[in-house]
Design a protein around this ligand. Structure first.
Ligand code: CO
Length: 634
């Protein structure tokens, strides 16, 4: 059998033996279950303890590499899981001794959401190398490769693998048009070759790349360069398996897949069907399907801990709209979660309608972390807060930074009026820069060392604090026993999960006694059931009677007295700009609130004096929470 239309796939010999003759040009496969897989499906909540049982099994498969770190893992681990991100690499390295470990690095953004100074970037890459990362997949959200400069220097110094990455982006349903066309990608690949890339990755974070576009792009890249080409695509729109098939026919060298339990939806194609699809051809991966099935079985065991993170509002596991609004999976789940918490899920369609306009105004940037969050949250702000025809009434600090050039060069110029409005009173100056952002940033580590003296015990702690000062400090306080570890960041056993589900089931089916009179010792808990929010009041477990009352969120009213500064969106307080006793004018920034990783300045609701500060920096607040009170001026 020969598919000579493309001259690629030849059946060598039908052989179903797990140990079969080596294919002439086997497709190399990177498994990304332990990074992008759970990041895409389970909000990055995968815990190291659940990775350990499969780590050695994965190592025995013969994958090209295993992507296990970087991206959102660093943030989520110390913020929500009470886990030291550095420990994960070291632990996995103990079990994975044969297969190279790979990480996703956001260039000068490292694993954060802004550009950091060169000293932070250098220290991070050095420690990631020391701790066990072999392959660095480096990308920049703007495809501005000046942001790779420092990272490349350090990767090469450590003799590690530099994978230069091009973020795949579109402005229309297929590759082409004025901006993101074949020439754009070929030119970017040429730049990466000049920078000394060991491999080149096309990173299609939103699952936008159509099968024939992948074919043409890979074919053109293979003709232009001898550097191996690696394709990373998500299943989100439903095209990914077809896309990988065509990319393999075009000669792509390496692909990314997940183990079946972590595959599909906004994640990646599963490896198992691909192994069979290419069995006996000259691109046969050579992987053992029986061994893969054993890993699947092992992974399914811990799925009950994570399943509730799946967006189950629809039956379809694909999202056709992705092709229309070009939103990566991670951004999609962020937007849905954020709007849900703000009781504004009905605004989702409006957000998607507004998004292309905001994106164009902000320089038609690719949508990938952090630009996806920057464009996403600004769109949410515009939809929720703009009125009377005035645009950009609430501009996030990150949009201001983008307008200043602090992220690098945008694909197209930023809308002049938006830029002017964003930079009005901007502390670094009102004229945007054109040089490499890193050149502007002064070393950050000396200050961090001073600020976290006594708390941070080593360079890894210090880097954590440099990247995440607020949540990093909170984590180190947990780590070194200075503060009690909150229940919601502790790990749960499968039994805990079973008991919770049983309780929820009983509550929903009315099997629990509902009492009209609330017991005195009732305590309130927030519970999400099937995407719906309930405020559950549970009596003290030692009490003889147990009462449950369900109250839908809409019924919970917020008392809004004049002078109360209320959180307009859920988030975490980063810092207060004012103290008790300070005089403020209406609109003066009182505090900075982080929502969806973006900073929002919250202004005073009226003229007056700060009377009372109720919540402190580091606190998480819900929409409607009173943060501080201002004595209004008569
Ligand atoms: Co991805």
């Amino acid at each position: 059998m020969k598919f000579d239309k493309h001259g690629i796939l030849e059946m060598t010999k039908v052989n179903y033996d797990p140990i079969r003759p080596k294919a002439a040009n086997p497709i190399k496969i990177q498994d990304v279950s332990l990074r992008d897989g759970h990041q895409s499906l389970f909000a990055t909540r995968g815990r190291t303890e659940d990775m350990i049982p499969i780590a050695k099994l994965l190592d025995d498969i013969g994958f090209y590499s295993l992507e296990v770190w970087g991206g959102a893992t660093f943030d989520v681990m110390h913020r929500y899981l009470n886990e030291d991100p550095w420990e994960r690499i070291k632990t996995l390295k103990n079990y994975i001794t044969k297969t190279p470990l790979s990480m996703l690095l956001r260039g000068q953004n490292v694993v954060g959401y802004r550009n950091y100074a060169d000293d932070v970037v250098e220290a991070f890459v050095q420690r990631a190398s020391d701790n066990g990362i072999d392959i660095f997949r480096v990308f920049d959200a703007l495809n501005d490769f000046r942001n790779f400069q420092t990272v490349i220097k350090m990767i090469k110094k450590n003799n590690k693998h530099f994978q230069g990455t091009i973020c795949y982006s579109l402005t229309e349903p297929r590759m082409g048009g004025k901006t993101y066309n074949l020439d754009y990608y070929l030119e970017k690949a040429k730049q990466l070759e000049e920078l000394g890339a060991d491999t080149i990755c096309i990173k299609d974070m939103a699952g936008l790349i159509a099968p024939y576009d992948a074919y043409n792009l890979v074919k053109a890249l293979k003709e232009q360069t001898d550097i191996p080409i690696h394709l990373h695509t998500h299943f989100t729109s439903g095209m990914a398996d077809l896309t990988l098939l065509k990319a393999i026919e075009a000669g792509v060298d390496i692909i990314d897949t997940c183990m079946a339990p972590y595959a599909y939806r906004t994640s990646h194609p599963a490896v198992e069907p691909l192994v069979i699809s290419f069995l006996g051809t000259n691109r046969d991966s050579g992987l053992d399907i029986k061994k893969l099935a054993e890993i699947d079985k092992e992974m399914e065991k811990t799925i009950p801990k994570y399943k509730h993170f799946l967006d189950d509002t629809k039956n379809a596991i694909i999202d056709t709209n992705v092709i229309l609004h070009q939103t990566p999976g991670g951004m999609l789940s962020n937007l849905v979660n954020q709007l849900r918490q703000m009781d504004a899920l009905d605004k989702l369609d409006e957000v998607f309608e507004t998004l292309p306009k905001v994106r164009k105004q902000l320089g038609q940037v690719p949508l990938v972390t952090p630009t996806s969050q920057i464009v996403g949250i600004q769109t949410v702000n515009n939809v929720l807060f703009d009125k009377d025809g005035e645009e950009y009434t609430n501009i996030t600090e990150q949009v201001k930074d983008l307008c200043f050039g602090l992220y690098g060069k945008t694909t197209l110029p930023i809308d002049k009026e938006v830029q002017k409005k964003a930079l009005k009173g901007y502390p670094r100056g009102e004229t945007p820069i054109t040089k490499r952002p890193g050149d502007l940033l002064k070393p950050e580590l000396p200050n961090i060392k001073k600020e976290f003296k006594g708390l941070a015990k080593n360079i890894d702690d210090e880097i954590l604090c440099a990247l995440y000062p607020v949540t990093g400090r909170r984590f180190l306080n947990w780590k070194y026993g200075h503060e009690d570890i909150p229940e919601d960041v502790k790990s749960k056993t499968l039994d805990d999960v079973k008991n919770e589900q049983e309780l929820v089931r009983k509550a929903l089916s009315g099997e629990l006694t509902t009492k009209k009179n609330k017991p005195d010792n009732a305590r309130a808990f927030d519970v999400y059931v099937d995407g719906e929010y309930f405020n559950v009041e549970v009596a003290d477990p030692n009490a003889r009677q147990t009462g449950f009352s369900f109250k839908k969120k809409e019924e919970i009213s917020v008392e809004n007295e004049t002078g109360n500064l209320i959180a307009p969106i859920p988030g975490m307080i980063i810092e207060f700009k004012k103290k008790i006793g300070n005089e403020v004018k209406a609109g003066d920034t009182v505090l900075v609130l982080e929502a969806m990783k973006m900073f929002n300045n919250l202004g005073a609701p009226c003229d007056g004096v700060i009377k009372n500060i109720i919540r402190k920096a580091g606190d998480s607040v819900a929409k409607g929470d009173v943060i501080c009170q201002i004595e209004p001026k008569e």
